[in-house]
Design a protein around this ligand. Structure first.
Ligand code: XLS
Ligand code: NI
Ligand code: NI
Length: 448
């Protein structure tokens, strides 16, 4: 750990030192108010629970462009004259940021860290160059790689999909990229490898052989898994569900769809889910819903933390500052026993109107504090015996007698009919939703 100040030959965030925990009374915007990494919550440190990661693409590659106008931010690392020196400067800036923020993990796509070459071998070489530099920076700063992935959606060749492209030639290009990205992930000691099926879907059902495309996707994932295992990758492969955007329909629609797909194709042993908040809401669910579905299946692998905007519904990738949402997410995560070896990656971007380098810090500090608060409150909610009773007590009729026999598969449909006929009309039992909601609010209001 050398880097209280900066990495490489330039300081990209001058005037900003290491972000410290100063507690709830602090009014320093560049300090943590709640994220106290060593504080023990529910038997583990906050760091062990939360495993925060910064994502490379939104924070260091995006400059605020949208479909209606170009970028608004002039970051110092973007003004280098050629692709390689820009990529190197960007990496140095990123590691200065990780180090000053004190975040334990980061995540990348192949071509946000490196630049695409002319042809497969040239691109592999570029990625390798950057992997070597990243390896040094990881060692210097003590930052670890949460996950790597390949960008199989930006290049025009992927306009009809990557692993689900109707053209085999395109599928092979995707395979080449995934192979190199798995190599890079392994080389950097990554804990997970992510597949987000950005264009694995369709725009027109009538010109698409969906059955064949899904079979290709499963075969592709199986071969990627086999390759990863063959070179010693023992981490988790993750699928990140998203229902739409950029495609009209994406196959990895939501948690339950992906779980069914993985089980159908015998992939559930190696793959888990990376649940993104804003993707869950795009699918018409809450963030907590998709987390719960993944956790129930034993497949909650990692989290892309962000939030959408309920008023417009698309993937706005805002930093997660909604405490209520974070509490509900952490209720699932805590109950599931955590997400390790996954983590909580801020797949979020500062707004186009947020143009100071300092805004990147403020955004991450806010997100980290929000989840730290969510964690502390969730611990209290889970420890509240009323909550246990209000949720699990409702099922007590299955704990013994005929209910238990039903769960054990010992009662036929006719047996169930006979029990109903003897018992008469069941008594009405209130679900007490308002009480549940009030108790959670009381715990939120008690503070962290
Ligand atoms: C886009 C996705 C993407 C993945 C990584 O909506 O969230 O950023 O996390 O490819
Ligand atoms: Ni997203
Ligand atoms: Ni994501």
């Amino acid at each position: 750990m050398n880097s209280n100040v900066f990495i490489g030959d330039t300081e990209f965030f001058p005037g900003i030192g290491k972000v410290q925990f100063e507690g709830p009374e602090s009014d320093n915007p560049l300090a943590f108010k709640a994220y106290d990494r060593n504080r023990v919550v529910s038997g583990k440190s906050m760091d062990e629970h939360l495993r925060f990661a910064v994502c490379y693409w939104h924070s260091f590659c995006a400059s605020g462009g949208d479909p209606f106008g170009p970028g608004t931010r002039q970051y110092k690392w973007a003004d280098r004259p050629d692709l390689e020196s820009r990529a190197r400067a960007r990496l140095d800036a990123a590691f200065e940021f990780f180090s000053k923020l004190g975040v334990p993990y980061w995540c990348f796509h192949d071509f946000d860290m490196a630049w695409e070459g002319v042809g497969v071998a040239d691109s592999e070489k570029n990625l390798q160059t950057m992997v070597e530099l990243a390896k040094e920076r990881q060692a210097e700063t003590g930052t670890h790689l949460l996950w790597g992935t390949a960008n199989l959606f930006s290049h025009p060749r992927y306009m009809n999909g990557a692993a689900t492209n109707p053209d085999f030639a395109i599928l092979t290009r995707a395979a080449a990229q995934v192979k190199a990205a798995i190599d890079a992930t392994v080389e950097l000691g990554g804990h997970n490898y992510v597949f987000w099926g950005g264009r694995e879907g369709y725009a027109c059902l009538q010109n698409t052989d969906t059955k064949r495309e899904l079979e290709h996707l499963a075969m592709f994932l199986a071969k990627a898994r086999d390759y990863g295992r063959s070179i010693g990758f023992d981490g988790t492969f993750l699928i990140e569900p998203k229902p739409m955007e950029p495609m009209y329909h994406q196959y990895d629609f939501d948690a339950q769809t992906v779980i069914g797909f993985l089980r159908e194709h015998g992939l559930a042993g190696d793959f888990k889910l990376n649940i993104e908040a804003n993707h869950a809401t795009l699918a018409g669910h809450t963030f907590a819903h998709d987390l719960r579905m993944a956790a129930d299946a034993g497949m909650l692998g990692s989290i892309d933390a962000n939030r959408g905007n309920p008023q417009n519904g698309w993937d706005t990738d805002q930093f997660p500052t909604d405490l209520y949402d974070a509490v509900h997410a952490m209720l699932v995560v805590l109950e599931a026993g955590g997400v390790a070896p996954g983590g909580l990656n801020f797949d979020a971007k500062v707004r186009r109107e947020s143009t100071d380098p300092e805004d990147l810090f403020l955004a991450h500090i806010g997100g980290m504090d929000t989840f730290a608060r969510g964690l502390v409150i969730a611990e209290r909610v889970l420890a509240d015996p009323r909550m246990q009773e209000l949720r699990f007590g409702r099922y007590s009729s299955y704990d013994s007698g005929n209910g238990k026999r039903f769960e054990n598969g010992e009662l036929s449909l006719a047996d169930l009919r006979d029990i109903a006929a003897t018992n008469g009309e069941p008594r009405q039992v209130s679900a007490r939703q308002e009480l549940v909601e009030n108790i959670i609010n009381d715990h939120i209001a008690t503070g962290t």
